[in-house]
Ligand binder design. Structure first.
Ligand code: AMP
Length: 284
């Protein structure tokens, strides 16, 4: 049975009863769970004795014109999936419990958060780091698992944990995809039939660029242009960015060198915003 902890007080009481030496794994989510989330749960189970997941649609990380109010919330189905996966506890707090009136402190990472999604979603990563640090303080996990699907989020959280000496080990889980390559996302349900048909081009653009890299192309601008050319096959896809970046700092690079590169794309299909990425290995 998955124990459902609906507020901070019950979470704290549960956490305090865990015996010393029990390794606690944590998978934070916003719900609408799919096989990508469940792969992180499996990774947490392999890395820990007890696993807790959280479902919290964090208002702080949504911009004023984003999808907070329509974000899918199939909570009963989510609980069933967590039960079936043998998750020990689910933290399911309310917004009021997480952000009591008067809450006025934010956590901000100021470098890795800047480019890519940070540039087009102002305040997004500040919302993410604020809620993740709160969740870490409440859950006090030994290990927490995040998806490579949100590569910049992983990099920002790793930096925050390092900079603020947060005593938790961060693991990254690989991107889970549909058979046609589309990265699983809670937002895929918004796609019209036509947009769903065009959406696998995001992954195809990453693969085409990876193939060009394998064939010897190292120029970052040329690689990005190859990706953009693939997306140009569909006029339904409105590209927000297609970038070749340093995999750790996410800073711009002119050429892909020894430390490899992160290929990152974001695009709108209708009103739905999708992101995807691929790590190039590097020359060593
Ligand atoms: P979300 O519910 O969208 O906040 O995502 C919760 C966690 O699941 C984050 O660490 C995501 O990176 C991860 N995640 C989302 N989609 C995928 C996917 N397709 N494969 C693996 N992990 C994912």
């Amino acid at each position: 049975m998955t124990l459902i902890l609906r507020d901070k007080a019950s979470l704290r009481a549960w956490r305090a009863k865990l015996t010393e030496g029990t390794r606690l794994g944590f998978v934070p989510t916003m719900g609408a769970l799919h096989a990508g989330h469940m792969s992180l749960v499996a990774q947490a189970r392999a890395a820990a004795d007890i696993v807790i997941a959280s479902i919290f649609v964090n208002p702080l990380q949504f911009g004023p014109n984003e999808d907070l109010s329509r974000y899918p919330r199939p909570i009963e189905a989510d609980i069933e999936k967590l039960e079936a996966a043998g998750v020990d506890a689910l933290f399911l707090p309310s917004v009021e419990d997480m952000y009591p009136t008067g809450a006025s402190t934010m956590v901000e990472e100021t470098l890795v958060s800047g480019p890519l999604c940070g540039a087009v979603r102002p305040g997004h990563f500040r919302g993410v780091t604020t809620v993740v640090l709160k969740l870490f303080n409440l859950v006090q996990p030994h290990v927490a698992v995040f998806g490579q699907k949100d590569a910049q989020q992983c990099a920002v959280i790793e930096r925050m944990v390092r900079d603020l000496d947060v005593p938790v080990e961060i693991l990254r889980g690989p991107i889970m995809r549909e058979a046609d390559g589309l990265a699983l996302s809670s937002r895929n349900v918004y796609l019209s039939v036509e947009d769903r048909a065009a959406a696998p081009l995001l992954h195809q653009s990453l693969q085409t660029v990876a193939a060009a890299y394998e064939a010897g192309e190292r120029d970052a601008e040329k690689l990005a242009q190859i990706g953009l050319d693939v997306l140009a096959q569909s006029d339904r896809i409105k590209v927000q960015y297609w970038e070749v970046r340093d995999p750790e700092s996410l800073g711009g690079i002119a050429r892909v060198g020894a430390s490899g590169a992160l290929l990152a794309v974001a695009a709108h299909l209708g009103t739905t915003r999708l992101i995807d990425n691929l790590l190039l290995g590097g020359d060593v």
